[in-house]
Design a binder for this molecule. Structure first.
Ligand code: ADP
Ligand code: ZN
Length: 686
């Protein structure tokens, strides 16, 4: 028998190149592309994935001795997932070995390789769980579909039965019954002998959906998130690989789960920025899901009450099919929206306007529930010295420290740095330190003072230190044990609590203070989401929005409940400014511990980019290079940060250009003192 050779990529390694190993005769019959194998690497053993097999080797230097594959793990990554991993690696400019370490469940015993150059802390995809502890909701199954729901199901099912790649936008207002549609189309996939993948942006939402899904799908369902035990993870991992479990519901990383024979992908709340991972592999799970559906040749449903502008644009151009649910279930009205101009309340010194306070009182009196939303945790936003003007900042990050009264400490919400509140100003020594602004902790105290008999539950990252606490809080609202739900964006999305009749937004402007062209879009989506929590049961709902900018166009579109109108305006302004979704962006983030080195590195990088852009221009391809400039947070975790933005008018140009630039960065020693991180389709300027 002729010798067989394999091309292997080392799992968890940042090596750009794959390595070659011979395949021993006893493994020749079993090893295939995708097989997880054990190989020798230097003096140690490493896990690798076989990329290809062949009878001959490429020309290699004579000094290289080809070693054999040591063992086969018995596991093979499905072909579609291997292709997807390759795409992810190419698109996001991230080493394939590191992408594969996200794809292979840790339960298979694959150890990640430490790497000197790049610290790897991968989020593994083995976070698979069957929640055995009940979580708490019961939906009567199955519901009789409304005619809008029927139409939606009828539009999607043919693409499952005769599989083809077809993205659908399920554009349904809050409370229009999107969940029931997901259930029906998954059932259609199951009838066709196929599995399904359902992504939700947050764990909190997966628990609500899990209860509903579990009722319909029982043991076929696996839930995939970070708050599950290792033991269950291992069992689930095996069950998914064997095909016993073929419906996976989970957050971002579930997009890489090894479902056998998937026939459908659903991305709920597709617009949600939580789908973007902001460190290491900076992928957007919605976009990866689209590519997975394309590779598999199956339909994908992007559900939202406020689709992203990218999705709106693509549905207008016809590349996505538009399916609408324009009204709430059972003719329930959308909530009434009121805006309170906080400038007129000034001098009263309160967190609550008179209007919102009165309405909360009324709602509690009537035995209903109120949701109070404020997107900042902690007690006070920052501490300022009235004598010298110093604002207390994190020692490692260019961020103000937030005061937490319970602990009487100041905390950095980025790196977690914590320090007791000083008695004197660290600069001038004066005792004139005062708290400014407020967060949920302070609002909770205020609610307690204003409504002494109320039963409040606060949901934010400080109070929800474990998954159990979160489940308990959600259960308290559902059962009526609590009558005020206060929290950050953890409570803004997706939840279906029928007795919430009032939503109060404490500071609707908070999202606008960032200098990011996406701020308006993100704020509108969040406000529509949080407003959508009101009046989902028999009683109609009301939303009271406190703002200092009552005439801002984002607030105005909410007031009119006119998301389409907002999109119209926003798209035309983006088009004028040549911003996404009309163009593509890529951020090159340059970091190092030394401020000067970072600045110099960023300047060199920008000139390299301009040089390459000039060359491309000769062949008629236009690339714009913006920067370098310091990042909005110029220092995080002791590293200084500068950035260069690349703008391209098409994905192919972006790919070609960035590939060329990054090759130079990798090979040119002038960049050896800085770290250059690629963020393709960045979700924020930070
Ligand atoms: P969305 O995700 O669109 O905001 P949900 O899927 O949470 O909305 O549905 C809102 C509410 O309507 C839920 O309580 C759900 O049980 C109920 N519902 C959905 N479809 C129907 C139906 N066909 N008949 C009666 N109630 C329904
Ligand atoms: Zn910090």
């Amino acid at each position: 028998m002729a010798n067989l050779f394999s091309e292997v990529v080392i799992v968890g390694s940042a090596l750009e190149k794959s390595l070659h190993y011979s395949v021993p005769p006893e493994l020749a019959e079993v090893v295939q592309p995708g097989s997880v194998v054990s190989v020798g690497l230097g003096r140690r053993k490493a896990a690798g994935v076989v990329l290809s097999l062949g009878k001959s080797l490429p020309d290699l230097p004579e000094t290289i001795k080809i070693r054999p594959i040591l063992a086969y793990s018995g596991k093979t990554i499905p072909n579609d997932l291997l292709r997807l991993s390759n795409w992810i690696s190419g698109y996001y400019f991230y080493p394939l070995g590191e992408v594969l370490s996200l794809v292979i469940p840790a339960s298979e015993g694959v150890k990640r390789q430490a790497n000197a150059k790049r610290k790897i802390e991968v989020e593994t995809c083995d976070d698979v769980d069957v929640c055995t502890d009940s979580p708490i909701y019961h939906s009567p199954a199955p519901l009789k579909l409304t005619s809008d729901q029927n139409n939606a199901v009828d539009a999607i099912v043919p693409a499952i039965e005769n599989p083809s790649f077809q993205p659908f936008v399920l554009y349904g207002v809050t409370g229009s019954g999107k969940t029931e549609i997901y259930l029906r189309i998954i059932e259609a996939a199951a009838r066709a002998g196929k599995g399904a993948l359902v992504l939700v942006p947050e764990i909190a939402l997966s628990t609500q959906m899990e209860a509903i899904f579990r009722e319909r799908f029982g043991r076929s369902l696996a839930v995939w998130h970070s708050a599950v035990s290792q033991k269950v993870k291992r069992r689930q991992g095996a069950e998914i690989l064997s095909g016993l479990t073929n419906i996976v519901l989970g957050a971002r990383s579930a997009v890489l789960s090894a479902i056998k024979n998937p026939g459908l992908i659903v991305v709920d709340e597709e617009h949600d920025p939580a789908y973007k991972q902001e460190d290491r592999l900076r992928y957007n799970a919605r976009d990866v899901a689209l590519m997975r559906a394309k590779i598999l040749g199956i339909p994908i449903v992007l559900g939202s009450a406020t689709p992203s502008l990218q999705t709106i644009l693509r549905s207008r151009s016809g590349s996505y099919r538009h399916v609408a649910l324009p009204s709430r279930i059972l003719g329930r009205p959308l909530p009434d929206i009121e805006v309170v101009d906080m400038k007129r309340e000034s001098g009263k010194g309160g967190i609550f306007s008179t209007r919102l306070r009165d309405e909360i009182g009324r709602v509690l009196q009537a035995g209903n529930q109120a949701l109070i939303f404020l997107n900042r945790r902690g007690y006070a936003k920052y501490y300022l010295c009235n004598a010298c003007g110093l604002v207390l900042q994190c020692i490692s990050c260019s961020l103000t420290l937030t005061y937490h009264k319970n602990e009487n400490s100041l905390r950095c919400h980025y790196c977690g740095f914590e320090t007791p509140l000083p008695e004197r100003c660290p600069t001038c020594g004066h005792t004139a330190l005062f708290a400014h602004g407020f967060g949920t902790e302070r609002v909770e105290k205020e609610v307690g003072r204003l409504f002494p008999g109320s039963r409040i539950v606060r949901v934010d990252r400080d109070t929800m230190s474990s998954h159990e606490k979160l489940l308990d809080a959600l259960e308290a609202v559902r059962s009526g044990r609590a009558n005020i739900l206060l929290g950050t964006q953890m409570i803004a999305k997706g939840h279906d609590f029928p007795n919430i009749t009032l939503v109060g937004v404490i500071n609707a402007d908070a999202g606008l203070q960032v200098s990011d062209f996406r701020a308006g879009e993100n704020l509108v989506q969040l406000l529509f989401q949080v407003a959508g929590r009101a009046g989902r049961g028999d009683e109609p709902g009301r939303v009271i929005l406190q703002t200092y900018n009552p005439y801002h166009y984002t607030i105005d579109s909410l007031l009119k409940m006119d998301y389409d109108g907002f999109c119209e305006m926003e798209l035309s302004s983006r088009k004028g400014l040549q911003y996404p979704p009309f163009t593509r962006l890529l951020k090159l983030l340059v970091t190092a511990k030394d401020e000067k080195i970072v600045r110099t590195g960023a300047e060199l990088l920008a000139s390299l980019c301009r040089e390459k852009a000039a060359i491309l221009k000769e062949s008629g391809k236009h690339i714009a290079v913006l920067g370098p400039s310091p990042s909005p947070y110029v220092k995080l975790k002791d590293r200084f940060r500068w950035q260069v933005f690349i703008k391209a008018w098409g994905s192919a140009e972006m790919q070609e250009f960035s590939g060329t630039v990054l090759d130079c960065v990798r090979n040119d020693s002038v960049f050896k003192n800085v770290q250059v991180t690629v963020d393709r389709d960045p979700a924020s300027d930070i």
